[in-house]
Design a protein around this ligand. Structure first.
Ligand code: SF4
Length: 235
């Protein structure tokens, strides 16, 4: 597994961004998150060592733009070079998530056709309204590997109409003192929708404010992922 952030910074885009951990972290360090800038890692996938070998070893998954959005407008002039590197490294698998799926068509390279085999696109949705906006678009796009990311989940979602050709659905709650609550019943309902359509499901993170069987709990940040694993409902 490798991380690749060719640029940094992002703008809040919808309800799910309210407690974005990138903005919170930057605020502590005095960095302006709304300023989008290229990073020193821009060429990381094709960087080589003294022996002429790629520093990122073959066969890995590369998590792309996990501290920004690959489809953000300011990066439009830079993205063609990224696609060229993704093409060159056909021995790696690239995964990016986006809340801006409506921009994908305008951001694709000319030879994308029905998708690159080494790219997974994750469409992030946080409630039913955003699911209905984004997944209608997502479901029609030519992408070889599709994931749906419901994190932070801030309301119940019925994904049933959007699961065709989706490989994985990830669900997670919000992490923040003021986080909006995650009701476990919403998680289980999405799991049932996935089971019915034979789509892989993963419960990745509880919410700071978690509701189970009508009872509210407040969980420490350090326990959010382990509590989700303990639920043992991935399938
Ligand atoms: S799109 Fe993602 S990275 Fe950008 S502000 Fe929203 S949550 Fe943060």
């Amino acid at each position: 597994m490798a991380m690749w952030n060719p640029w940094r910074g992002c703008h809040k885009h919808s309800e799910g961004c309210r407690y974005c951990y990138i903005h919170k972290g930057d605020l502590k360090r005095g960095i302006d998150t709304d300023k989008i800038v290229k990073t020193d890692s821009f060429y990381a996938p094709i960087a080589k060592n003294k022996s002429g070998e790629y520093k990122i070893k073959s066969g890995q998954t590369v998590y792309l733009c996990f501290s920004t959005d690959f489809l953000i407008e300011e990066a439009d002039p830079w993205r063609a070079e990224c696609w060229a590197m993704i093409r060159e490294r056909s021995d790696l698998h690239f995964l990016f998530l986006t809340k801006r799926i409506e921009r994908l068509t305008d951001c694709l390279p000319a030879d994308w056709n029905d998708g690159y085999s080494n790219v997974t696109v994750g469409c992030t949705v946080e409630n039913q309204d955003r699911a209905d906006d984004r997944l209608v678009i997502f479901s029609k796009l030519p992408i070889k590997h599709k994931n749906i990311i419901c994190q932070p989940l801030i309301g119940p979602i019925d994904l049933s109409a959007y699961l065709e050709n989706v490989e994985l659905v990830v669900v997670g709650g919000e992490s923040d003192t003021n986080a909006r609550p995650l009701d476990y019943a919403w998680v289980l309902a999405i799991r049932e929708q996935c089971i019915a359509r034979h789509v892989r499901f993963e419960f990745r993170q509880c919410g700071t404010h978690f509701i189970k069987d009508g009872q509210s709990y407040t969980l420490p940040t350090r326990d959010l992922c382990s509590q989700a694993r303990k639920a043992n409902i991935n399938c």
